[in-house]
Ligand binder design. Structure first.
Ligand SMILES: [Zn+2]
Length: 185
């Protein structure tokens, strides 16, 4: 369906835990979807045995499960490619992969060199928000307009799904990044 949600022919839905991909219609969303499709295609028929049907589910009833191929998980590979960011997790391994992808401006992180991605942002334990967001409970810091969005990502804070659509543009909005996005993938 998109990079982090898979719908099987049976109707079973799987959500890759601890990462979030660009929403449909946003820059990088189509690339993330294709990435996950290719990852699952490599598993081929084995995907059926790789996916359990019992396990924890999110509030939408989606099975929370990662998929692994030859020692690499789907979540790790999406993070490495810069097609997802860490979501509600402080797993140091995931944060290290994300820090490297941000440093190298992989995938959608190419936008971090563009001023349009600037704040102000309010940081909480797991996310960053627009200052007016109603989901802010306990703020840990506030970044001024001049601050780039690099710091929240290197600290493992995901863009809020309510007050921020991330990346800030659709595939046709903002500067033309399609060339660099595709090149890096
Ligand atoms: Zn928010």
């Amino acid at each position: 369906m998109d990079g982090d949600t898979v719908v099987f022919d049976s109707g079973e839905r799987l959500r890759v835990p601890s990462v979030d991909c660009p929403e449909v219609g946003r820059l990088g969303a189509e690339e993330a979807r294709e990435w996950t499709q290719r990852f699952l295609d490599r598993l081929g028929r084995n995907v059926r045995s790789a996916v359990k049907t019992e396990g924890p589910r999110d509030r939408y009833g989606r099975l929370l499960m990662d998929v692994t191929w030859e020692g690499e998980s789907l979540s790790n590979s999406l993070l490495s490619a810069g097609l997802a960011w860490v979501y509600r997790s402080h797993d140091p391994d995931l944060l290290a992969i994300q820090a490297r992808a941000v440093e190298q401006r992989q995938g959608v992180h190419v936008i971090l060199d563009h001023a349009v991605a600037d704040g102000p942002f309010v940081l909480t334990a797991t996310s960053f928000h627009r200052p007016s967001c109603g989901l802010i409970r306990k703020r840990t810091a506030e970044l001024p307009w001049s601050a780039r969005a690099i710091r929240p990502f290197t600290e493992g804070k995901a863009p809020c799904r309510r007050c921020l659509s991330w990346p800030p543009w659709g595939p046709l909005g903002g500067p033309d990044l399609s060339g660099s996005l595709l090149k890096k993938i």
